[in-house]
Design a protein around this ligand. Structure first.
Ligand SMILES: [Zn+2]
Length: 425
């Protein structure tokens, strides 16, 4: 099997990658007209979504039942083939795939190679060898069965990502040295770095399949927080003694454990997860800052919120291949008392900055059982920038100016916190 029988349909590479989305209307009418037995073995494809990023490309095929699929590589030229059998596929879906633009540094093109009413062959023309993972997620929330195809580049330009994906065993100081050398040599982290540099990891919540909270006007938390995170990183780049790293740069899904793992690998001095809140009452408003809970959550709402934010992995779909159970267990088991103390300190400073630009939902740092804050040795806070469920605050969150203000508040808090910390040492 060496031929993918493809009709060549190369598209010109685009510099920007667009997220593409379509909902397919199931062939309900047809299924009513024809005898039921004819459809007994076929699954309806409800939707196909593509989340392209430099880190990885995720293709999600949502269907009413489990899909039967197989994927394999073909060489000269390099391509990945995905075969799906026994599905109902219509011309809208075919047209959609044919118009997909997912060109990036490792994927040249996507095309349909074999199409008939109940099978589909997708061919990815590759610029380099890639790793791929295929798995199925069970229905959750509004989602049905999702067949996920993740495509990872094997040659990674970002040294931190390379370490994370290669998952090599390092001894502690060996790892630190390796990371520092890699950062030093990489233009991406432009400035010279010594062990005395302050490393800030900013974590824009949610992403990809997981939109986070959604406002009445359709604003998605994942987009707002990514924008605020990028603005904050830009401000921090002006500081020679600070190196900033984002857990995601694109609209893609990153498991919670990978986000915290990134912070740990970088030996970050501070981890900030950025979110936007939601509550059942539309008038609820204001920003809040959270640290990890020592024991019980400090309010019912905090507990509810922790449950909601922790569900991200189930909605976005955790790729087990990139999970490190050992690290996750250690993270949960280790004592976090000192971390919480420092987190509350920076949290208090941040609240003072936020008070200048917006309403506060709570004047004190709240504490909750957030999985994302369970990092034993790095001060970690979660900021709920405003309530996206409040129409007025949704509008604010959408405004470029207000996003700048929030980024500025986070920036000021970070700079002030480390000024205090350095002086007291
Ligand atoms: Zn969130």
């Amino acid at each position: 099997m060496d031929e993918d029988n493809g009709d060549k349909k190369n598209k010109s590479p685009k510099s920007t990658m667009k997220r593409q989305f379509i909902i397919l209307i199931p062939l309900i009418i047809l299924s009513i007209l024809l005898p039921k037995i004819a459809f007994a073995y076929y699954n309806k494809v409800l939707s196909i979504r593509v989340w392209p990023s430099e880190e990885y490309v995720r293709i999600t095929i949502e269907s009413s039942e489990y899909l039967n699929y197989k994927s394999f590589f073909l060489e000269t030229p390099n391509r990945l083939v995905l075969d799906i059998e026994n599905i109902e596929i219509d011309s809208t879906l075919i047209k959609y795939i044919e118009n997909l633009e997912i060109t990036n540094s490792y994927i040249k093109n996507i095309r349909i190679a074999r199409k008939n009413l109940n099978s589909l062959r997708l061919v990815f023309d590759l610029k380099q060898t890639i790793d791929s993972q295929t798995f199925t997620l069970k229905p959750i929330a509004s989602y049905k069965y999702r067949t996920i195809l993740d495509l990872y580049p094997t040659v990674i330009n970002d040294p931190i990502k390379a370490i994370i994906y290669n998952q090599k065993e390092y001894r502690n100081n060996e790892l630190e040295e390796t990371i520092m050398n890699l950062i030093k040599d990489n233009d991406h982290y432009n400035k010279k770095i010594t062990n005395k540099k302050i490393i800030i990891v900013i974590d824009p919540g949610h992403g990809g399949e997981d939109p986070g909270a959604i406002g009445v006007h359709g604003t998605m938390e994942k987009n707002i927080v990514l924008s605020i995170a990028k603005k904050t990183a830009t401000l921090l780049k002006t500081q020679n003694h600070i190196v900033t790293y984002l857990t995601r740069n694109d609209d893609c899904f990153v498991p919670l454990a990978i986000r915290t793992q990134k912070a740990r690998l970088l030996k970050a001095n501070l981890f900030i997860s950025i979110h936007a809140d939601a509550w059942i009452k539309p008038e609820t408003n204001g920003a809040s800052v959270f640290a990890l809970s020592n024991d019980k959550s400090s309010s019912i709402q905090a507990k509810w919120l922790a449950d909601k934010e922790n569900k991200s992995d189930l909605i976005g779909g955790v790729n087990l291949y990139h999970q490190d159970e050992k690290i996750a267990k250690v993270l949960l088991d280790l004592s976090t008392t000192a971390q919480i103390k420092d987190s509350k300190k920076i949290g208090t400073i941040l609240l003072k900055e936020l008070e200048k630009i917006s309403k506060l939902h709570n004047k004190d740092v709240e504490q909750a059982e957030f999985a994302i804050l369970q990092i034993p040795d790095i001060p970690s806070i979660l900021i709920e920038t405003a309530f996206i469920s409040n129409p007025k605050e949704e509008e604010l969150l959408n405004s470029n100016q207000h996003q700048d203000k929030i980024a500025n508040a986070i920036f000021n808090a970070i700079v002030n916190y480390f000024k205090i910390e350095c002086n007291s040492n």
